[in-house]
Design a protein around this ligand. Structure first.
Ligand SMILES: Nc1ncnc2c1ncn2[C@@H]1O[C@H](COP(=O)(O)OP(=O)(O)O)[C@@H](O)[C@H]1O
Ligand SMILES: [Mg+2]
Length: 325
């Protein structure tokens, strides 16, 4: 069927999808390529649903290397490409999210640290990402490594991020800037005061879980901490989203771990699983997300699908900053 200009976008997409041949299990590589092509067509230029109010998600897991930063920046980039306005708060002294978004975060640059200690506002520290001006970032510098200790002696030390974020959302409204659709907070691999601030500032927690043998180890500790935050600091906090990451889809182990997580968290676990992908791990060294670096790769497609699931699921149901005092 010819793909003519008179077709609507949906019709054109359907025609393109129909043109991709089907391959059987005997040609797995061709089948995978055909599947990726279909996903690329489906996701290309797909506009994301806007939430009713700004949704604030803290990306947390006290284990290091499970894909927190990768998840925060790639979900954010996919959402921006889908037309949404997104802020990433880099709340980890390592500054990996700032690196992946191509924003300046050398020692002394205005950063999340300055916001936490009250020296700056978010309006003064956010920078547009190299990828898209709709995606902005509050960078983290090495200064943030001292914040855990400095905050201990500061007033209302658990709620500083929450108040600063609330002020920034109000400020954007007053300045006539577009309302932020999503705020993603990238956390360090610990449950200290930086993570407590992130839990207190958010409405939702997004937990990336690596598809490996000890995946669920440490999760009960994380959930216990979240319960404490709910009891004392932020009653509306909910673990809304679990994302399976770095899955080696060919192994039984990855499938078993995925099933176990789904058995424990049937509502929260996204259908999309992020595969292990060289392209995902290469992207940060170019100061890019994989959404920018190689948008047609399986890793980029998976993150785009995960972002769309998040946008679809919670669009009309979750609360936000606006409710906070
Ligand atoms: N799906 C993936 N495939 C391959 N490498 C990945 C994937 N997700 C993350 N990585 C790599 O694994 C390392 C740890 O990921 P990262 O997101 O930094 O974890 P965390 O923030 O939880 O410490 C990084 O080098 C990252 O590039
Ligand atoms: Mg990280």
């Amino acid at each position: 069927m010819p793909i003519s200009d008179s077709l609507s976008d949906e019709e054109r997409k359907a025609a393109q999808l129909g043109a991709v041949p089907d391959f059987g299990a005997d040609t797995p590589l061709a089948a995978q390529l055909a599947l990726d092509t279909k996903r690329t067509i489906t996701l290309a230029n797909a506009a994301f649903d806007r939430p009713l109010q700004t949704r604030v998600l803290t990306v947390a897991n006290q284990k290091g290397g499970v894909g927190k930063t990768t998840t925060a920046v790639n979900i954010a980039a996919a959402m921006a490409r889908g037309g949404l306005h997104v802020l990433v708060i880099d709340n980890d002294p390592q500054g990996n999210a700032s690196t992946a978004l191509g924003v300046e975060h050398g020692a002394g640059a205005p950063s999340t640290y300055d916001v936490l200690i009250g020296a700056s506002t978010f309006a003064e520290v956010v920078q547009p990402s190299a990828f898209d001006p709709k995606l902005i970032c509050a960078p983290a510098t090495i200064d943030l490594s001292g914040a855990e200790i400095e905050l201990v002696s500061i007033d209302s030390r658990e709620t500083r991020l929450r108040h600063a974020l609330r002020d920034y959302l109000v400020h954007r409204g007053q300045q006539g800037l577009p309302r932020l659709d999503y705020v993603l907070i990238d956390c360090p691999p610990s449950l200290g005061l930086l993570t407590v601030n992130a839990f207190t500032a958010a409405g939702e927690v997004l937990i990336p879980i690596q598809c490996e043998y000890y995946a669920l180890e440490g999760l009960s500790q994380l959930l216990k901490n979240i319960e404490l935050i709910q009891a004392h600091l932020n009653p509306r906090l909910a673990v809304s989203t679990i994302l399976l990451t770095m899955s080696d889809t060919r192994t039984n182990l990855a499938r078993e771990v995925a099933q176990e997580v789904r058995d424990h968290f049937p509502e929260q676990t996204l259908r999309t699983v992020i595969p292990r992908s060289i392209r995902i791990s290469e992207a940060p060294s170019y100061g890019q997300t994989v959404i920018e670096y190689d948008p047609a790769s399986s890793g980029a497609l998976a993150y785009a699908e995960a972002a769309r699931e998040i946008a679809k699921r919670g669009a009309a149901t979750t609360s936000n900053e606006g409710e906070q005092q």
